[in-house]
Design a protein around this ligand. Structure first.
Ligand code: NAP
Length: 304
């Protein structure tokens, strides 16, 4: 029990594989040998059966005795068996498959390494182009489409193509905010002005193909075309009226609203401001005074 440990000979994995392979080859060759012996005995037996015992005597194909064909077919099978043992199994056995597989894996590894190296080289260029694209996207985002409007508590904005009130501070605010910018408007709002406003680029939307406007006024046939015409402006303003406001709500980023705290009869209205979409960011209240007949508030909304 506590004596010397027996020395058991250890065979490594490769040696074991070699032995198993050799044993397999011996088995294959033995089987071939048995096949060969059977072929010899079988052939002699067939010839004897035909010639001595007279079995199938006289049966011929193409004037040749049947047993010749039987022996030839068997010979073909024996040759095929021999080919398998000495060619197919020797050169194209499991080891050959494994070798091919290893070769393929190595080739794939080399290709992957090559692609990795190419990617490493390209990475800085890709990063640069990503930054470039982000910059472009930011540039687009810096164009802030802003709606500017004065609306009563019931959202009334105009009647008979005229404004309903006169609020001096509201006009001043309009002037300050829109100064130097594109102002986008419907044809009716444009026609409500006695003349184009100074220091602003007017973009008038109409469905009339031949609409004539004073020099310098841009005439377009859709709201999208109006925005396109104002794309160089960082903050184009949509200044009304009711029809245009309605269409522009989905495109706008900001609303500068003067809320007049009164209710009026009107024929043009501003759409409801949905609190789920718009967030109020500024709110300044103004009292009635000698220049202002109504109380009002300046409100700013941005899209959430
Ligand atoms: N309180 C305020 O802040 C404020 C501001 C602006 C205006 N307003 C008032 O609002 C009223 C005018 O508003 P409104 O709704 O009657 O008219 P509007 O919106 O000023 O203009 C409507 C016209 O715009 C053109 N148009 C509209 N959508 C179009 C589209 N998708 N494609 C091509 N053309 C299109 C059409 O012109 P054509 O008919 O020529 O095809 C249409 O008749 C006035 O009373 C004005 O005083 C108030």
């Amino acid at each position: 029990m506590f004596g010397k440990k027996k020395n058991i000979p250890e065979i490594d994995k490769d040696q074991l594989e070699l032995i198993q392979n050799a044993q397999k080859r011996i088995r294959q060759k033995k089987r071939l040998y048995v096949h060969f012996v059977l072929f010899l005995i079988g052939s002699i037996f067939i010839i004897a059966a035909n010639t001595v015992l007279g079995i199938g005597k006289g049966v011929q194909f193409f004037q040749i005795d049947w047993f010749v064909f039987a022996i030839l077919i068997w010979l073909f099978l024996l040759l095929y068996h021999t080919f398998n043992v000495f060619v197919t199994h020797k050169f194209m056995g499991k080891a050959w498959e494994q070798k091919q597989l290893d070769k393929l894996v190595t080739e794939q590894k080399i290709r992957i390494e090559k692609i990795k190296n190419e990617l490493k080289k390209e990475a800085p260029h890709i990063a640069e182009s990503d930054i470039y694209n982000e910059e472009l996207a930011l540039k687009d985002k810096t164009c802030e489409i802003t709606i500017i409007v004065a609306a009563a508590e019931n959202n009334a904005i105009g009647k008979d193509n005229k404004l309903i009130w006169h609020l001096s501070n509201d006009l001043k605010r309009f002037k300050t905010l829109t100064n130097g910018h594109h102002i986008i408007m419907g044809r009716k709002t444009f026609e409500s002005f006695p003349k184009p406003l100074p220091n602003r680029i007017h973009v008038v939307i109409t469905r009339q193909p031949e609409y004539k406007a004073p020099e310098g006024v841009i005439v377009v046939n859709s709201l999208e075309a109006a925005i396109e015409a104002s794309k160089n402006d960082s903050q184009p303003f949509i200044i009304g009226g009711g029809e245009i406001y309605k269409q522009a709500m989905a495109m706008a980023d900001k609303i500068e609203l003067t809320r007049v705290h009164e209710t009026f009869e009107a024929d043009a209205f501003f759409p409801e401001i949905d609190p789920a979409i718009w967030k109020e960011t500024a709110n300044t209240f103004h009292k009635k005074d000698e220049k202002h007949d109504y109380e009002f508030s300046f409100l700013t909304y941005v899209k959430k």
